[in-house]
Design a protein around this ligand. Structure first.
Ligand code: UDP
Length: 569
C-alpha cells in the first residue's frame, strides 16, 4: 500500500475542518484515520464482502485516486451524519412556506450541504397580500433574508452555506433580480442565475417583445424587448460575474423522471439539476493518478480508470443508504431516484502530463473520449448494482424503463471540487490551471500558501527548460508566456485560464456535458479587457451548444479573486 502523502495545504484544510475533534476541540484523528472512518461507514452498508469493500474504498481514498464530496469526509460515521453536498428546496408563494424552507436550508447548511432554489413562484413585488391587505416585498427581498440567515449559520464552523438563487426570465421582478448584486454587498452567499427558456432565446435572436407574467395567473403584466433584458443580463455579468444562466428546457429534456415533476433549480454550483427536496452526493476521480508512464511519456490507464469508476459508483450508491436525511421529504425523493454524481478532477494536470495544450482540438476530442468512457463504465456499474440490489424505485416511471436497468436515476456530475482537489493536490475539476504558481486562499480566510504546480515543475524540468530565472518569473507572474527562449509549442502546453480563449473553455464544457447526465460546473474565464459583447457571445454560444448552464468570470470584476463561485466570501 502506498503511504498517504499530503501537501501542507491539504493537511491544513483537513486539520481545520475535516478531522474529528474531541470535546475540548483537539484534533483526534489522522487523515488516514479519517479515510478509515469513511470507508468503514460506507462499506458498512454491504451485505457480503464488507471487509473487501472497506479495504477497496480505503485504498482509493488513501491513494487520492477518488474522493467523495466534503460532507461525506466530514460526517461519515458521526451520529446523524449528513453526507450529501447538494440539495434543492421549494419556495412556494406563502409566508409559511418561505420560512419553512429557510429553516430547512439552515439545517442543510449546518451539515455542510448547499441549497438551490427557484424563487419564481413568489408573487411579484407590490402584489397584494390578501391576509394583511399589504403589499408583497417580492422574491428579491426574500432572497436577502435567506442570505442574511446563511451568513449567520456558518456550517458547523466548517464552511459557509452556499446557495443558488434562480429567477425565471419571465418573472415581473427579473430586472431587479439581474442587478441585485451590483452593489457588491447583497446576496454574497448566493450564486444567482436567470432561468432561461428556449422561447426567450428565440425572442432575443428575433428581437421580439417579451412578456413578464404574474406566476399566480400566468398572465402577462408587462412587455419589454427581449434584447433589452438580454443586454441587461450580459452587461451585469460583465461588470460583476453575475448572473449566470441556467437553461431550463435543456435541463428538462434530460430529466430522467419527468413523471415526478419538472426540474426548476440546480444545487449551488450548478452541477446537479434536482427536483424539489431532492439531494445528491458527489465524488470525483483524480485523473492525474489515472496514468501510466513510459519513460517521460504518459498515457491514460483506462483499465485503472474503469476499475476506479466501478468502485466509486458503488461507494456513492452506498452513501445513499449510509446517509442521514434531515427531512422526511428529502429522504423520500432521494431514495426514490437514488441520484449520484461521479465526476473528475485533475483534467488540466492530465493534459500537461500528456503534453496536450488545453486550448487545442486534441484536448477537446480527448475530453469527449474520456467522458464517454466514464459514462459508459458508470452506467455499467449502476446496471450491475441494479441486478444485485434492484433498480431505483421510480425506475418504471423513468426514461430508462424498460430497456435499461439502473440503480441510479443519474450517475455523473462534474463538480468544482473546490476543496477535495486541494486535498488530492491536483487541479480543480475540468478547469485549466489559473496560474502555474499562486497562493491558495483559505476558504474561511485562513492562512495562504505559495505553491508551484508540481506537474508543471516536473514536466518543464524534464523538457530541459528549468532555470532559476524561470522559477522566479513563474513565482512572480504565474506564467511562462513571456519568457524568451521557450518554443511556442511548449508555452502552449502550459497556458493558464486567462491565456485560453473562451471558445476553448466552452468547448471543454460542451465535450464533458455531452457525456454527463447531470450537469457540468465550469467557469468561463475572460481577461479584464473582454467586452459585454464577448459575454453575450459566450452566453449565446452556450445555449446553442445545448449546455445546461453557464457561468463567466471576467478578470478583476470581483473585488476578491475567488477560486470557485460557491466559495465567495
Ligand atoms: N458546497 C457548499 N459549500 C461550499 C462548497 C460547496 O455547500 O463552501 C456544495 C455545493 O452544493 C457545491 C457542491 O458542494 O455545488 C460541490 O462543491 P465542491 O465540488 O467545490 O465541493 P468539495 O467536495 O470539493 O468541498
Amino acid at each position: 500500500m502506498v503511504r498517504l502523502s499530503l501537501t501542507p495545504n491539504a493537511l491544513q484544510i483537513l486539520e481545520e475542518r475535516y478531522l474529528l475533534r474531541d470535546p475540548d476541540g483537539k484534533v483526534m484523528e489522522t487523515p488516514e484515520e479519517m479515510f478509515r472512518r469513511v470507508s468503514e461507514w460506507i462499506a458498512g452498508t454491504e451485505r457480503n464482502n464488507r471487509e473487501y469493500w472497506e479495504a477497496r474504498f480505503f485504498r482509493m481514498m488513501n491513494n487520492l485516486e477518488f474522493l467523495p464530496n466534503s460532507p461525506t469526509l466530514m460526517n461519515a460515521g458521526l451520529p446523524g451524519g449528513q453526507l450529501s453536498a447538494c440539495f434543492v428546496l421549494p419556495v412556494e408563494d406563502s409566508l409559511d412556506a418561505i420560512f419553512t424552507s429557510l429553516k430547512n436550508a439552515a439545517l442543510i447548511h449546518q451539515s455542510g450541504g448547499g441549497t438551490g432554489y427557484n424563487f419564481s413562484r413568489l408573487r411579484p413585488k407590490g402584489a397584494l397580500v390578501s391576509t394583511s391587505k399589504g403589499f408583497s416585498s417580492g422574491p428579491v427581498a426574500f432572497m436577502k433574508i435567506y442570505d442574511a440567515a446563511t451568513e449567520h449559520v456558518k456550517q458547523g464552523g466548517k464552511r459557509r452555506g452556499a446557495n443558488m438563487g434562480i429567477l425565471n426570465v419571465d418573472h415581473p421582478d427579473i430586472e431587479e433580480f439581474i442587478s441585485v448584486k451590483t452593489d457588491r454587498v447583497s446576496l454574497r452567499n448566493f450564486n444567482i442565475s436567470v432561468g432561461i427558456t428556449d422561447r426567450f432565446m428565440a425572442a432575443v435572436e428575433k428581437d421580439l417583445s417579451w412578456g413578464l407574467k404574474d406566476p399566480r395567473t400566468g398572465r402577462a403584466v408587462r412587455n419589454i424587448p427581449a434584447k433589452k433584458l438580454w443586454d441587461q443580463i450580459t452587461g451585469t455579468a460583465w461588470a460583476t460575474g453575475d448572473p449566470g444562466l441556467i437553461f431550463l428546457d435543456s435541463i428538462n429534456r434530460d430529466n430522467p423522471t419527468p413523471g415526478l415533476g419538472e426540474i426548476r433549480s440546480t444545487n449551488p454550483c450548478g452541477e446537479v439539476p434536482l427536483l424539489d427536496y431532492e439531494s445528491c452526493n458527489l465524488g470525483s476521480v483524480n485523473l492525474s493518478k489515472m496514468v501510466t508512464a513510459h519513460g517521460g511519456n504518459y498515457e491514460i490507464d483506462f483499465n485503472r480508470l474503469a476499475e476506479t469508476v466501478h468502485a466509486a459508483i458503488r461507494f456513492l450508491d452506498n452513501v445513499i443508504h449510509a446517509n442521514h436525511y434531515l427531512l422526511p421529504q428529502i429522504k423520500s425523493i432521494s431514495l426514490k431516484n437514488r441520484k449520484i454524481g461521479l465526476g473528475l478532477m485533475g483534467w488540466a494536470e492530465l493534459l500537461m502530463l500528456m503534453e496536450i495544450p488545453y486550448a487545442s482540438t486534441g484536448a477537446v476530442k480527448l475530453a469527449e473520449k474520456l467522458m464517454a468512457f466514464v459514462r459508459k463504465e458508470s452506467y455499467k456499474a449502476s446496471a450491475s448494482l441494479a441486478e444485485e440490489r434492484g433498480c431505483f424505485p421510480s425506475w418504471t416511471e423513468s426514461r430508462f424503463y424498460p430497456d435499461q436497468k439502473m440503480r441510479n436515476a443519474t450517475c455523473n456530475s462534474i463538480a468544482p471540487t473546490g476543496t477535495i482537489s486541494v486535498i488530492a493536490d491536483t487541479s480543480y475539476s475540468i478547469e485549466p490551471l489559473y496560474a502555474l504558481a499562486y497562493r491558495r486562499v483559505g476558504i474561511l480566510g485562513g492562512k495562504s500558501q505559495q505553491e508551484l504546480n508540481k506537474v508543471f515543475k516536473t514536466k518543464i524540468s524534464r523538457m530541459g527548460y528549468w532555470s532559476e530565472h524561470l522559477e522566479n518569473t513563474v513565482l512572480q507572474t504565474g506564467s511562462i508566456q513571456k519568457i524568451q527562449g521557450i518554443p511556442e509549442q511548449v508555452k502552449n502546453i502550459f497556458k493558464t485560464s486567462l491565456d485560453i480563449p473562451w471558445e476553448f473553455h466552452l468547448q471543454h464544457q460542451r465535450a464533458f456535458q455531452t457525456f454527463t447526465d447531470n450537469s457540468v460546473s465550469k467557469t468561463i474565464n475572460l481577461p479584464a479587457e473582454a467586452g459585454a459583447g464577448d459575454i453575450s457571445d459566450v452566453y449565446m454560444t452556450a445555449w446553442k451548444y445545448g449546455l445546461k448552464g453557464i457561468t463567466i468570470y471576467r478578470d478583476g470584476s470581483k473585488e476578491k479573486q475567488v477560486l470557485q463561485r460557491c466559495n465567495v466570501s
